[in-house]
Design a protein around this ligand. Structure first.
Ligand code: GLN
Length: 282
């Protein structure tokens, strides 16, 4: 089978763009190497890998899992069924954390609550070399994946991975300067109907009947694990920001506000633990 034939066969099943990505991955070739050699034969081992990948993708598995790797904040991360695929909207949490970072102590303590693939913890460890990061997840398999991603990017020693139910996982006495979380927030009923989410762990997506079960707990429990003046940053679903802002305001959080995505949809909610006279940066 030639490159051109493989691309044509793949395009019929999953479209040109994904067929090209799957073939690059299977043949370990760049896009350029493939398109400039359409008549070259694809080695049989690569053909086998390509066809198996096509089958998985055509059966509805996310492209990211089939490739086994995906970029977050321009960093290639291993991704598989153990954790949610890192999504572009979650980069808003990184942006906001980096915007606040200059106002944090020199060696800040950050908590990534529900780390999944480790995408937030690893990126923040790289962007903030003086930070110490605690990354928590309820899922032991997800933590294994997150550890592998941390090692791959040389941040394994600066991130402490902890298994447990939210803040119960943290050692007594830990007070964070910033807690961030992309918790499960899809309403259970919507999740059951969403075929495109079926391959990812429900544990990482299911936010209970109204989607806010974990967000409510975070709003209530985070305050005791922050230093006075410390920040909480939460990713929320489309349409949830207003309710989560209300939760935080009612819970006594200060400087409650939102950060929007490129389309202006608020997808991150921010709050600050009272107790610091410092002003709002920027
Ligand atoms: N952003 C995901 C989705 O709506 C949900 C992620 C989450 O629940 N944290 O597909």
């Amino acid at each position: 089978m030639t490159v051109g034939e493989a691309l044509a066969a793949g395009t019929r099943r999953v479209g040109r763009r994904e067929a090209a990505l799957l073939l690059q991955h299977a043949a370990r070739r760049s896009a350029l190497e493939l398109v400039t050699r359409l008549d070259a034969a694809v080695p049989p081992r690569s053909v086998g890998r390509f066809l198996r990948g096509l089958d998985r993708r055509a059966a509805g598995e996310p492209l990211q899992y089939v490739l086994g790797e995906w970029e977050f904040w321009s960093l290639p991360l291993r991704v598989d069924r153990r954790a949610l695929v890192p999504r572009p909207e979650t980069e808003l949490l990184v942006e906001e954390a980096l915007r606040l970072a200059p106002g944090l102590p020199k060696r800040p303590v950050l908590v990534d609550m529900g780390t999944g693939s480790g995408c937030l913890a690893v990126v923040l460890a790289r962007e903030l070399p003086a930070a110490r990061i605690l990354a928590v997840d309820l899922s032991a398999p997800a933590l294994d994946l997150a550890r592998a991603n941390a090692r791959r990017h040389g941040t394994g020693r600066r991130i402490t991975f902890l298994r447990g139910d939210l803040f119960a996982a943290l050692p007594a006495g830990v007070a964070a300067d910033l807690i961030l979380s992309n918790p499960p927030y899809v309403p259970s009923g919507e999740l059951a109907a969403a075929r495109e989410l079926a391959a990812e762990p429900a544990l990482a997506l299911d936010g209970g009947p109204d989607g806010l079960a974990l967000l409510r707990r975070l709003a209530r429990e985070a305050v005791d694990r922050l230093v006075p003046g410390g920040y909480l940053l939460l990713e929320v679903g489309d349409g949830q920001a207003e309710r989560v802002c209300r939760l935080l305001a009612q819970g006594g959080w200060e400087e409650v506000g939102t950060v929007g995505d490129l389309a202006g949809t608020p997808r991150v909610v921010r709050g600050r633990r009272p107790g610091s006279g410092a002003g709002w940066p920027g």
